[in-house]
Design a protein. Structure first.
Length: 281
């Protein structure tokens, strides 16, 4: 079965969560350069579950606010629309896959902690990179957050099979995407890209997710895939306390393409270590 056929089959057989209607409304509002902070805050207030999750994230240790934000309008004012946009996406995607079982599942928890770390690293790289064709730092944050969303679909629907896939990858010394192809006929990158398009999010976001494991196939057309790829590798290194030999995280061509130096990447890594210890779900 080729990947296209596997994706068609998976779309029929896998339960694909939907984004809340208010999230789609907020996404449209936040993409409007003339929207006001008041409009964003008022719209967010309409959904108590989403606004509660957003406030919990905003008041977490990662954002280091000097005093807590107590309502969505205040959050929009203090954090700004762009920063709030990425927080809304984090809140919405975790809600979409939320369940009592998921909250108790170490595999699900590890997935979201890794995704949040990649999001913060991608944003940090984006703030330092000189390549003018990259997404904005906040867009890179969202790309990092969703880069493995296809894994969430597989864990959500086929947890036992996915655990077997992880074991297969380890036993055969395969890359995870190759093991996924062997078991499911498609990869989490392909599934994630399909989900993003189903959610009517930007096509360049879907493309970035689709190629984050093979960014140099599309680097000129989709340069942000290189950022997410480096952020993903750095996140794994931080999680496994394996930061010796930075070249295995970012090659010279990665740094040259992005327009950052090894010293800057080391600074990103230092921040990432602090971020990892501060992540709360």
């Amino acid at each position: 079965m080729n990947p296209a056929e596997a994706l068609k089959r998976s779309k029929r057989s896998l339960k694909i969560p939907s984004l809340m209607p208010v999230v789609m409304q907020l996404h449209a509002l936040m993409s409007d350069p003339d929207v006001s902070v008041s409009d964003i805050g008022s719209t967010l207030t309409e959904d108590p579950e989403l606004s509660t999750r957003v406030l919990r994230i905003a008041n977490g240790a990662l954002f280091g606010l000097t005093s807590p934000v107590l309502d969505p309008r205040q959050a929009a004012t203090i954090l700004g629309i762009n920063r709030l946009h990425s927080i809304v996406m984090q809140a919405a995607t975790t809600i979409a896959f939320d369940s009592e079982e998921a909250r108790k599942d170490p595999l699900c928890q590890d997935h979201w902690k890794h995704s949040i770390l990649v999001a913060h690293i991608a944003r940090d790289i984006g703030k330092r990179a000189k390549n003018p064709d990259l997404m904005t730092p906040e867009e890179l944050h969202i790309a990092g957050l969703l880069h493995d969303i296809g894994r969430a679909i597989l864990i959500h629907n086929l947890r036992d099979e996915y655990v077997q896939t992880l074991a297969l990858a380890e036993a055969k010394h395969l890359e995870l995407i190759d093991a996924e192809r062997e078991v499911f006929g498609c990869t989490h990158s392909q599934l994630g890209a399909k989900l993003v398009l189903t959610w009517q999010l930007p096509r360049n976001l879907a493309q970035t997710i689709a190629f984050h494991h093979a960014p140099w196939k599309v680097a000129k057309a989709i340069p942000s895939a290189v950022v997410v790829s480096v952020a993903d590798r750095l996140a794994h290194a931080v999680q496994h306390n394996d930061l010796e030999g930075m070249p295995h995280i970012a090659e010279r061509r990665d740094l040259f393409f992005l327009g950052i130096g090894m010293g800057q990447l080391l600074s990103v890594a230092t921040t990432a270590i602090r971020t990892w210890s501060a992540i709360e779900l």
